[in-house]
Design a protein around this ligand. Sequence first.
Ligand code: SF4
Length: 336
Amino acid sequence: MTDSIPHGSVRRAAAARLPQAVSLLMPSTYTQPVLDWYAANARDLPWRRPGTSPWSVLVSEIMLQQTPVSRVRPAHQAWLARWPTPAALAKEASGEAVRQWGRLGYPRRALRLHETARIVTQAHDGVIPADYDVLRKLPGIGAYTAAAVAVFAFGGRHAVLDTNVRRVLARLSSGRQFPVAQPSVAEYRLAEQLLPADPATAARWSVAVMELGALTCTAARPRCEQCPVATQCAWRAAGRPPSTQRRPGQRYEGTDRQCRGRLLALLRESPVPLGQEHLDVAWPDAAQRARALDGLIADGLVEPLPDGTFSLLELPASRCLPARPGTRPRWRGQHG
Ligand code: SF4
């Protein structure tokens, strides 16, 4: 998933300068087969059920940014059971959000979600905004996530380009095994052209293509024999040529990220702050350990205490001053 290209006039202006080749594609040739396939194959995911709240959708999208569905499902359920509304989360200290985040990875997402809950509570009466541009101003919500929430929670009509959708469209229309590293203007233009005119159908189309990429047009082993648009697929027609482009690696073992995860796990599971000697057992390389700990402190996830111990940052809700949408909350200790 990526949030690198914004919706709006800049992107539309750039799109207008593109060659017209992609406009020859007719959305209607893909739409109905994919919608029919989705009706028969969609997974029953909590955040897709009728009547699910916009908060539930937003939490799921933040969790799914870096984590697979199988791990998000129980975490999402526990999160919503504990904090069914943004206001419920906003009352808690930020460290509780990090603690509840557990081992989902990239725990800064928990802090951003907590910050979003406070802004929504203070500036939007506790109601998740439906407007794409307003969503875009919330912490940690980029172009993809704003579009996903606007579409899946409110039935808006936006192109929703995650990695699954990008892969399906690259194979179907461009004959490439994988899309380029960052979404291009041409991809956004194609995705928008493929949106059905009716917003409700467009929202269903968006989730259907996403599901097709997750279940059938997978990265490693696409099951073309089960694909509803196999006869229209450019990559399949070309004999499924392998990509010449290197895909970014996903190495985790031995990285600073793994080291940060181990330090956070110790702090999360301890009922009391921990001294350096306890953290030292988490990781053998002292320099890497120090770098990771510095990063956690700089990111606001860990707080060094005056007695030399460390704890998850526990900012009580009462210390948070009201924030305007799109700005970071100010803390009394920093700006009075
Ligand atoms: S035919 Fe195969 S490669 Fe093409 S879209 Fe379907 S699953 Fe993907």
